[in-house]
Design a protein around this ligand. Structure first.
Ligand code: COA
Length: 250
């Protein structure tokens, strides 16, 4: 599957996936999830791909799931788009090293996908947020397991429940990122790291990554979250939050 809002380019063993919907702050549509899922799966199958680098156009990394898509599901009672779950499962099982370069806003899955990356670089203007409760939703992408594991329960709860936003230096201090760098240096820093990974022994790296992550357990948490998430999407709480976002725009 391809999407004009996700660009893929392979060079020097690094598959760069660029979120390219800057006018919507790179909010992810079903088509974008599909393209990302295909690329992450392909990376594990293609020995020419030694590392995947996520980056984004514009002033923000990713504003999370497209809220218009959420609203459509909430109104129609549909079961949700399959591609998001395909992408999340691909992340859970991926053994190719994943690197991310994050500037500006990273909301919802824009932050939770970082929990599946192996090296993360944030710019000094980064703002990470997972305001699921404010949207009437529950955490996804196994973040209910991975985020408290990474930063501790009380910090994670504050992000999930109160929508606390984390700036770049804090993300690095809390272990959500390897480093916080000045915005103009972000792309080069992440690319250098991705190229370094691409130069290392790929099988040893893949096995190291697999040993460090309990893929089956992570996928199991995703399944449990998804049941509640789809249920919450159709709740009055979520409908009100989506309408409030739409009204804010008007
Ligand atoms: N889904 C769909 N469209 C989105 C979006 C989303 N998640 N996030 C932003 N957009 C759109 C806005 O509707 C706006 O479109 P318009 O120009 O056609 O009106 C455009 O992107 C720019 O957004 P804007 O809010 O004006 O930019 P900002 O710089 O003031 O704020 C954010 C950026 C990301 C902080 C803010 O847009 C936001 O909070 N978005 C929602 C994030 C969210 O809750 N995601 C779901 C997580 S589960």
């Amino acid at each position: 599957m391809t999407s004009e809002s996700v660009r893929a380019a392979l060079a020097d063993g690094v598959l760069t996936l660029t979120l390219a919907r800057p006018d919507k702050k790179n909010a992810l549509t079903d088509g974008m999830y599909g393209a990302l899922a295909d690329a992450v799966i392909q990376a594990d199958a293609d020995p020419a791909i030694r590392c995947v680098l996520f980056e984004a156009e514009g002033d923000g990394f990713c504003a999370g799931n497209d809220i218009a898509d959420f609203a459509r599901i909430a109104m129609t009672g549909g079961a949700g788009d399959a591609n998001v779950f395909r992408f999340l499962k691909a992340l859970a099982h991926s053994t190719t090293p994943l690197v991310a370069a994050v500037q500006g806003a990273a909301v919802g899955v824009g932050t939770t996908l970082l929990l599946h990356c192996d090296l993360v670089f944030v710019a000094d203007d980064a703002r990470l947020a997972t305001p699921f409760a404010d949207l009437g939703l529950v955490p996804e992408a196994a973040s209910s397991l991975l985020l408290p594991g990474r930063i501790g329960h009380v910090r994670a709860f504050s992000m999930f429940a109160l929508g606390e936003r984390i700036d770049g230096p804090t993300a690095a201090a809390w272990g959500l990122a390897n480093a916080c760098v000045p915005r103009p240096e972000l792309a080069a820093r992440a690319r250098t790291a991705a190229l370094e990974i691409a130069s290392r022994p790929p099988i040893a790296l893949a096995q190291t990554k697999a040993l460090m992550r309990q893929a089956e357990a992570i996928a199991g948490v995703m399944d449990r979250e998804a049941v509640l998430f789809v249920e919450r999407l159709q709740s009055d709480e979520a409908r009100e939050a989506f309408m409030a976002f739409a009204a804010r725009k008007r």
